[in-house]
Design a protein around this ligand. Structure first.
Ligand SMILES: [Zn+2]
Length: 227
């Protein structure tokens, strides 16, 4: 992006974010039923629910090298949830250097990120923010960044189903954990709430890290992280 080009080295092409989908990682839709006043899969296993007891879509999990072609506009539900839960960078999957340090969030838009803003976009490390603003089609022209002291789980994004007919009631929507709708959702992404938000000027942060260091970090990201 032009605004960052003075301090940012060019992003290496071909980077596939950790949370991106792949062509062979298809989403399976098991047959639905209701059980105990909530939505369930007929052949449900313990892997189908998160620690809040919410039902999740069931993706195919494949080792690297057998996943097919990257689908950069799709988000893999398990990897998105893991990145959110563990504070991993959504691009390189790196854990934060300091688990107590604020997490960086990079969102699409022009307005500053607000206190208690909700997002389904996991955190990102600073070098990967430098890659994302150059390569991610969602962020090229409109992005804002902020750190958050904490990002507790708020709820889910997914499809809510009618408790009687078990048919989808609409499109993708966000539901809060513990709400009646959460009992009837098939979730696809975890949503967190950002607390202790501080706006970040990425140009300043990129300059602080320096072009040489950014180049080294970009080269590191090219090496696939363990899934
Ligand atoms: Zn990263």
């Amino acid at each position: 992006m032009a605004a960052h080009s003075l301090v940012l080295p060019p992003a290496p092409p071909g980077i596939v974010p950790y949370i991106a989908g792949w062509s062979r990682e298809t989403l399976v839709t098991p047959r639905l039923t209701s059980c105990g006043g909530r939505l369930a899969f007929v052949d449900e296993s313990h892997l189908d629910r998160d620690s809040w007891g919410t039902l999740w879509v069931r993706p195919t999990l494949l080792p690297k090298g057998r996943r097919g072609e990257p689908r950069l506009r799709e988000v893999h539900p398990y990897r998105q949830r893991r990145a959110m839960r563990d504070g991993l960078c959504q691009v390189c999957a790196r854990s934060p250097d300091d688990p107590a340090a604020p997490l960086l969030f990079l969102l699409r838009g022009d307005n500053p990120i607000r206190e208690r803003e909700r997002t389904a976009s996991p955190p990102v490390c600073l070098p990967c923010a430098g890659i994302s603003v150059q390569l991610c089609p969602y962020l090229l022209r409109h992005h804002v960044a902020a750190t958050a002291d904490s990002a507790p789980a708020w709820g889910l994004a997914g499809i809510v189903h009618d408790p009687v007919t078990l048919r989808p009631m609409g499109g993708d929507e966000q539901v809060v954990y513990g709400s009646p709708a959460a009992s009837w959702v098939v979730a696809g992404r975890m949503v967190v709430e950002l607390h202790g938000v501080t706006p970040v000027d990425l140009k300043v942060e990129f300059a602080r890290l320096g072009r040489d260091r950014l180049e080294k970090e970009f080269a590191r990201v090219e090496v696939p992280a363990a899934a």
